[in-house]
Design a protein around this ligand. Structure first.
Ligand code: SF4
Ligand code: SF4
Length: 308
């Protein structure tokens, strides 16, 4: 006989697929025991740089039942953002996830639809939706739920579709059937470690966030330390190098989410266009984009840092 937890898990996963998510995996909401020492060491070594928010809510970050009262399950979801086309070669580079509309809004909308579906189909279910939200260790949850493994570059990846997707969660007070973690398929490969221009991957599976180009170009509010001049390989917002070189990403397939398509002018902009960009063009091209996070002045600072 099929129990309710199993039946509910099946219909939730089917609806997640229908909403356009790449995959959905479910874990019991409980203390993330294996992650606790890892997170503590990472913070003690100041690998979070100026990202002080990573130090907050330490207990809540490891235990979803402290974050969402009465929670029983963490439903992890992946949403593909791999683009069919990338920027012209003569350009400063943007991380591919930032080409289209701000993913926070796109995914929040889908997560809410999934939660309403659960409430309609199953009954009174309480919970919260999280997208790239500081208190949730989304990669750890996705890995625990069997959606992929955490690679040596510390991103989640799969053999089927690589690593270019967003991770989001619903934490809900409904008991479900739980999935198992998959195995690690990095093997002896060290391509991501070898390719990182700032040596931010200090050892396999450990990224020193305070040395990562993504941190410098997005999170850091002050000037970028001059010792890193010449090491950014033209990345002006985020960095995809460790993912681009990963052999599993040859299996990435283009997304089918129209809201992730770039502004028509974006992919053709050359280095010269970027160097001459006005605040008006910035607002037009990035009207709904996550790039707005750096503000015009932040992007200008990054471009200035890249210029010879
Ligand atoms: S995103 Fe870029 S800088 Fe950061 S770890 Fe990967 S290769 Fe290194
Ligand atoms: S590049 Fe190699 S080591 Fe790095 S995540 Fe991919 S498979 Fe793993």
């Amino acid at each position: 006989m099929i129990n309710n937890a199993s039946k509910y898990s099946t219909i939730i996963k089917a609806e997640a697929k229908r909403l356009g998510f790449l995959s959905c995996g479910i874990s019991k909401a409980e203390f993330l025991e294996a992650e606790a020492p890892r997170l503590e060491t990472w913070l003690n070594k100041n690998m979070n740089g100026e990202m002080r928010y990573m130090e907050n809510h330490f207990d809540k970050r490891l235990d979803p039942t402290l974050l969402v009262e009465g929670s029983k399950s963490v439903v992890s979801l992946l949403l593909n953002y791999y683009p069919s086309e990338t920027q012209t070669d003569d350009s400063y580079k943007l991380s591919k996830y930032a080409y289209g509309n701000d993913y926070h809004h796109v995914i929040k909308h889908k997560l809410k639809s999934l939660l309403y579906f659960i409430q309609d189909e199953i009954g009174e279910v309480g919970g919260r939706a999280f997208v790239d939200s500081a208190p949730v260790l989304d990669k750890a949850w996705a890995a625990k739920s069997g959606l992929g493994w955490i690679g040596k570059h510390s991103n989640l990846l799969t053999q089927q579709v690589g690593s270019f997707y967003f991770i989001a969660e619903l934490i809900i007070d409904l008991e479900l059937e739980y999935d198992y973690a998959t195995t690690d398929h990095c093997g002896t490969c060290t391509k991501c470690i070898d390719a990182c221009p700032t040596e931010a991957i200090t050892e396999p599976y450990v990224v020193d966030g305070s040395k990562c180009i993504s941190y410098f170009t997005i999170e850091l509010k002050e000037n970028i330390p001059t010792e890193f001049k010449g090491q950014f390989d033209d990345w002006m917002f985020g960095c995809d190098i460790c993912q681009d070189v990963c052999p599993w990403n040859r299996f990435s397939k283009p997304h089918n989410e129209p809201l992730f398509n770039p502004h028509p002018e974006l992919l053709d902009m050359t280095k010269k266009d970027w160097e001459e960009i006005t605040e008006d063009t910035f607002k037009k091209v990035f009207q709904k984009s996550a790039v707005k996070r750096t503000k015009f002045a932040g992007l200008e600072r990054n471009i200035e840092f890249l210029k010879d």
